[in-house]
Ligand binder design. Structure first.
Ligand code: LAN
Length: 729
């Protein structure tokens, strides 16, 4: 039962749940784009700092933004879109983003508060409960892995615990419905490993029912092919604190609320459950990546190892190594950590080691807020601490590419955006011994503080900076000398030798063999163990390097070779039917746009390239009767194109952009897509939210709400510039 769209009035209002006053929420930010929602109780302060259009927009309040003259031509449509979108820019030059979607994150921050006895702000409690109430499945009251998913044990068990820990009584209809569903699924014993871990930390499950997460593996020599330093960064950083918590069997002291929860989330009394027997009990409905026989064997061996063999000195040694790496991660990211899960887990570890009043724990406490986002449905937890650099890069590129950068009404927007990217470039490398590559000169996906560069984020930000700095009125803020180290990093990130030569992965070069996937223990995610070659990351790097190649002669030969090799990889990734599988957006339409753009930068278009022609035919075949494209998130799970029930503005924009970049000869096809985009534009220039846009690890969807602005704007603007700006009907 996949989830029907959210309807108004919200369920939380129908049930008369308490809520905060939306007019009192303000989004604070700083030079490097920290997003921090605060609830202002003081009326004077509110009067002094009235809410911005962006704040009103995400809170579902009337923005007061004017109706614009009706767009007759695509260019009018693009400019109207941009007029609306520019009003959403924050003073520090970035675009903020409600980065929701994953529904397994709140348990982390709530457990971190509960275990460390940190009181949670009242307004968060109220709004988290509202959010979960509004996103519960309307038919069965459960939650899934992500906001459009069917209900699962993982989502339902974790979020049930969240609402209860935050104060919702067990007999509230929202709790009752969720509990009934959880019981129907067999109770929380069927949780996947990460759920079991959170429940254990909360003393709601027993550690011997969790498959082993031995920190000992960190003590092995790091040249071993399966050493964790070779894993994908998210997997590495999540299993690091998990290893500590598992090995130390950390659990919150039992209290009456936890006692009660123990009796609510299972179908039989807690004391009668033999938890060790449930190590491999994972609900069918949750599984995306089933255990391999090898994994089951390794798990059993590790249980024996821990029980009977492991000497205590080794346990202590592993603990030291893990703690050292956790401290380094905290240091390199100013306590934000690579993502929300290890942010919460590292905080618990630091609390256990150093106590509630330690400097390190206090900094962790301040950072919880960076992941919490207020929205009209309530407060959610984001997949990262935002999408600041990524969104700002595309917004600036769009403005330049549609030729609006020179228009006086957008000059301030461009200047502020550039300033933000200038402030966001990394100025330091990580501390040594963190198993991290150089990052100096690069850009992150979210913020400089978060400290992680991604191949495509650096490429897209660099392209945005170079593009903007070509505008006549713009003062150069980022000199070429500051770009060179980014080029050095990008060149170094290209995969060579055994691992998909020529391609680019996400955060690092591929360091370990994909065979490690055989011991992927997470059950709900695919492809998490090591870095993989990603077609979109490779496309963006090709685009960024191509732009740079035309700008500077720095390391020219190597840049040209890198582009050449990456292009060969991109071509080799095309399916027989002409599509490319997208790993980070939904799905084939997303990847087609990036791939065709990368090829177009090499002069490869429909008329001269078989690959581009096949890419176009793939898209054209999937155009719907109304002229649009609509792709379901099921494409990501099944690895084949699955149409959405309705066409989507964002998919349509991607497909149109791909076809335009390819110079597809039948302009009528593109025109029909452009017409659809224009027909969905609102009188104030905005587009309404439709289906979810992004994905990770094949199974979990994630929101990119700004995609519905800059990609349609770019598509309309490009159409007008490339063909004609005559009314499209
Ligand atoms: C992201 C978001 C951005 C995304 C792109 C830059 C779009 C992509 O091209 C490269 C990969 C990257 C950086 C990416 C990787 C995985 C992330 C960080 C996420 C999808 C956002 C959330 C996700 C993270 C793993 C969520 C936490 C969950 C765990 C399984 C640890």
């Amino acid at each position: 039962m996949s989830r029907p769209a959210l309807t108004r009035p919200f369920r939380s209002d129908r049930l008369d749940l308490p809520r905060t006053e939306p007019q009192r929420w303000k989004l604070r930010t700083d030079k490097v784009g920290r997003l921090n929602w605060v609830y202002i109780r003081d009326d004077d302060e509110l009067r002094r700092h009235p809410q911005t259009p962006y704040e009103k927009y995400v809170l579902g309040l009337e923005t007061g933004l004017p109706e614009l003259p009706k767009a007759k031509t695509p260019y009018d449509g693009a400019l109207n879109g941009l007029r609306f979108f520019k009003e959403l820019q924050l003073d520090e030059g970035l675009w903020a983003c409600r980065y929701g979607g994953p529904m397994f994150l709140l348990i982390g921050v709530v457990a971190a508060h509960y275990v460390t006895r940190t009181p949670m702000r009242e307004e968060w409690k109220v709004e988290i409960i509202r959010y979960l109430t509004n996103t519960a499945h309307p038919l069965d009251g459960g939650w899934g892995l992500h906001s459009e998913d069917k209900s699962t044990v993982f989502g339902t068990a974790c979020n049930y615990v969240v609402i209860r820990l935050l104060g919702m009584p067990a007999d509230h209809p929202v709790a009752v419905a969720a509990r009934v569903t959880l019981h129907k699924f067999g109770g929380a014993v069927g949780c996947p490993q990460w759920g079991k871990l959170f429940l254990s930390v909360l003393n709601l499950y027993e550690w011997d029912g969790v498959n082993p997460i031995p920190p000992d593996i960190w003590v092995l020599p790091d040249w071993l092919p399966f050493h964790p330093s070779k894993w994908w960064i998210h997997c590495r950083q999540v299993y690091l604190p998990m290893g500590y918590l598992y090995s130390e069997k950390v659990k919150a002291p039992l209290d009456p609320l936890l006692e009660s929860l123990r009796s609510e989330i299972y179908t039989s009394p807690y004391d009668t459950i033999d938890f060790a027997k449930h190590r491999n009990n994972i609900s069918e409905i949750d599984i995306y990546y089933p255990h391999t026989t090898i994994l089951d064997f390794v798990n059993s061996a590790m249980v024996m190892w821990e029980k009977f063999i492991r000497p205590d000195w080794l346990k202590q040694k592993a603990r030291e190594v893990v703690l050292d790496l956790i401290h380094k991660e905290n240091h390199n990211t100013d306590y934000l950590c690579v993502g929300p899960i290890n942010n919460a887990l590292n905080a618990i570890v630091v609390y256990c080691e150093e106590g509630a009043n330690s400097k390190n724990f206090l900094r962790h406490k301040e950072r919880f807020a960076d992941f919490m986002y207020m929205s009209e449905e309530g407060m959610l937890m984001m997949g990262t601490n935002g999408v600041q650099c990524w969104d700002t890069s595309f917004a600036l590129q769009t403005i330049c590419e549609i030729g609006a950068g020179d228009m006086p009404e957008f000059q301030e927007t461009v200047k502020k955006g550039l300033k933000f990217l200038d402030n966001s470039q990394f100025t330091e490398n990580c501390v040594t011994g963190s198993y991290r590559d150089n990052r100096l000169g690069c850009w992150p996906f979210s913020t400089k503080d978060q400290g992680y560069t991604v191949s495509d984020c650096t490429a897209e930000a660099m392209k945005a900076v170079l593009m903007v700095q070509k505008l006549p009125y713009i003062e150069t803020l980022v000199s070429d000398e500051r770009i060179y180290p980014a080029i050095d990093v990008l060149l170094n990130l290209q995969n060579r030798a055994n691992f998909s030569p020529g391609s680019f992965a996400s955060y690092e070069k591929i360091r370990g063999t994909p065979l490690l996937e055989l011991i992927n223990p997470a059950e709900v995610f695919g492809n998490i163990m090591v870095e993989y070659p990603y077609v979109e990351c490779s496309d963006s790097v090709v685009i960024g390097l191509s732009y740079f190649r035309d700008h500077s002669s720095y390391r020219r030969d190597e840049v040209v070779r890198a582009i050449h090799d990456a292009v060969a990889y991109i071509k080799s990734e095309q399916d027989v039917n002409g599509g490319w599988y997208g790993s980070w957006g939904i799905c084939f339409t997303y990847a087609a746009m990036f791939a065709i753009e990368a090829l177009s930068y090499q002069g490869e278009v429909y008329s001269n390239s078989e690959v581009v022609r096949r890419g176009c035919h793939f898209l054209v075949k999937r155009q719907e009767a109304d002229g649009g494209w609509g792709e379901s998130y099921r494409s990501c799970e099944t690895l084949t194109y699955v149409p959405h029930e309705q066409t989507q503005v964002v998919n349509t924009a991607w497909a149109c952009l791909a076809l335009m970049l390819a110079e597809y000869p039948d302009v009528d096809v593109i025109k029909r897509g452009i017409h659809l985009i224009m027909s969905r534009q609102q009188p104030n220039g905005e587009w309404k939210q439709e289906g979810i846009e992004g994905v990770f690890n094949r199974s979990c969807m994630i929101e990119y709400p700004n995609y519905k602005f800059y990609f349609p704007i770019k598509a309309l603007g490009m159409f007008a510039r490339k063909y004609s700006n005559i009314p499209v009907s």
